[in-house]
Design a protein around this ligand. Structure first.
Ligand code: ARG
Length: 466
């Protein structure tokens, strides 16, 4: 089809390269919806009469049923899903099928289908983010006062509450929601009506078609409409950042569930055994969270590369938008879903975490702040405490085992209060600043997280109701 201008049949080697049906068949339900809306647009301007529209709609329904039926196969000569649907519609309703392509080009057809996919899956990603956020919040609430060491450079740094640590991931996902929301908005502008690139000769009411298809706006410029794939990049960028967040969570779970740390254990339903070592329970799900992220980022990079330097408007290059998008959709949705599931069954070990966070060296900053309260500049205090730590390490002692005399050698300002500051517990509760790990700001944070989650869920419900 569409080869009347050409005398020769396509070379099989070209056909293999050019044929997109194997992956764009995924667009079938979107293409059918779009075709129904376009047909209604044509009927409103008299290109189709009411009876023709009814035949067209019924025909499109039957095409959808045929494609969904067991044993259905496309033909080798079907180039892409748009041509395949046109052929199948012809088989159902005869020459009338040919009227459907009035005032429509495959360029705006494919741009519109892909925008519909991005809209739909941005919403799905937001929904899945909300489910994972809910799990994190629930865990944070039930582990508000469980202490563990916080790390920098993967070295013990300062103790924090587990609730505080888990909520860090909550806020990452809350930002991911905003990014997916942006992709949803940018894909809610309908390109259909752009034609090949210049617009079409038929004054189809684009606003009405957009409304019919669930788009908020129509594009202002047909050249931009036919050549724009920013909304796909927006989705891929959101998905890349989101998967990067999940990879950090996965990585921490892998480390925390090692025997060396022993901070947490995944449920058996999210773990694997070893084929040779009977004792093993491996955190494969968390490892895969860690490893899938570059693949999503590669999809973003791929499409950015395809679009880069591409002259306006459509180039067949743009057919390469779909595989990265579809792969990223499958990947990020699978990751978010698995994250929520993994967090349902995770168990933390309070004793192990608390023992690790009781390491007195974690109180070094507290001692420095004691000196600051007594008038010493922080940089100087940092040096004094560094000296105390060295004394302790070299003397084979803990910080609280240093004698008052040893303290005085480092600073006249150090007295009995030093030993009080080293009492565990005060290190966490001293972080009373907004956003800090202390119980009071943590309670406020949990409240803020609840409100954020409620707003996201309300947004999803509102969007789904539309
Ligand atoms: N399969 C094509 C794609 O995905 C459809 C658009 C073809 N347009 C064209 N001018 N050849 O991009």
């Amino acid at each position: 089809m569409s080869r009347q201008r050409l005398r020769k049949e396509p070379d099989p080697r070209f056909w293999r390269l050019n044929r997109s049906l194997e992956f764009d068949k995924w667009l079938a339900p979107y293409d059918l919806d779009q075709s129904r809306a376009h047909a209604r647009g044509l009927q409103r301007i008299g290109v189709l009469d009411a009876d023709e529209l009814a035949q067209m709609e019924a025909g499109l329904d039957r095409v959808g049923e045929r494609m969904a039926a067991h044993g259905f196969a496309f033909e080798d000569s079907d180039e892409d899903i748009h041509m395949a649907i046109e052929r199948l519609l012809g088989e159902e309703i005869g020459p009338l099928a040919g009227k459907l392509h009035t005032g429509r080009s495959r360029n705006d057809q494919v741009a519109t289908d892909v925008a519909m996919v991005v809209q739909n899956h941005s919403m799905e990603a937001i929904d899945l983010c909300a489910a994972a956020m809910e799990r994190l919040l629930t865990l944070a609430e039930s582990h508000q006062d469980w202490a563990l060491p916080g790390y920098t450079h993967l070295q013990r740094a300062q103790p924090v509450y587990l609730g505080h640590h888990l909520l860090a991931y909550f806020w990452m996902l809350a930002r991911d929601v905003l990014r997916f929301q942006f992709a949803l908005d940018s894909s809610s502008v309908m390109p259909l009506g752009s034609g090949a690139l210049a617009g079409v000769n038929w004054e189809i009411d684009r606003e009405a078609v957009a409304e019919d298809l669930g788009f908020d706006h129509v594009t202002h410029n047909s050249i931009d409409g036919a050549s724009n794939r920013d909304f796909v990049l927006d989705y891929l960028s959101a998905a890349s950042t989101c998967s990067m967040h999940l990879s950090r969570l996965g990585s921490e779970i892998v480390i925390w569930s090692s025997s060396e740390f022993g901070f947490c254990e995944l449920d058996e339903s999210f773990s694997s055994g070893s084929s040779i070592m009977p004792q093993k329970k491996n955190p494969d799900s968390a490892e895969l969270l860690r490893a899938k992220s570059p693949r999503v980022a590669a999809s973003f990079q791929t499409l950015l590369g395809v679009m880069h330097a591409l002259p306006l408007t459509y180039g067949k290059d743009m057919q390469e938008d779909k595989e990265p998008l579809f792969d990223a959709i499958d990947t990020i949705e699978g990751l978010l879903d698995a994250t929520a599931g993994m967090l349902e069954g995770i168990a933390f070990d309070r004793e192990r975490m608390e023992a690790a966070s009781g390491d007195e060296m974690l109180a070094a900053t507290e001692v420095a702040d004691l000196l600051v309260r007594r008038g010493m500049p922080f940089r100087e205090a940092h040096g004094v405490v560094g000296g105390l730590v060295r004394d302790a390490v070299e003397g084979g002692k803990s910080l609280s085992e240093l004698t008052p005399v040893e303290l005085k050698q480092r600073s006249e300002l150090l007295d009995e209060t030093y030993y009080e500051v080293l009492q565990r517990g005060s290190w966490l509760e001293s972080k009373r600043i907004a956003g800090g790990t202390g119980s009071a700001p943590l309670a406020a944070q949990i409240q803020a997280a609840r409100e954020t989650l409620a707003a996201v869920k309300a947004r999803v419900a509102e969007e789904r109701a539309e």
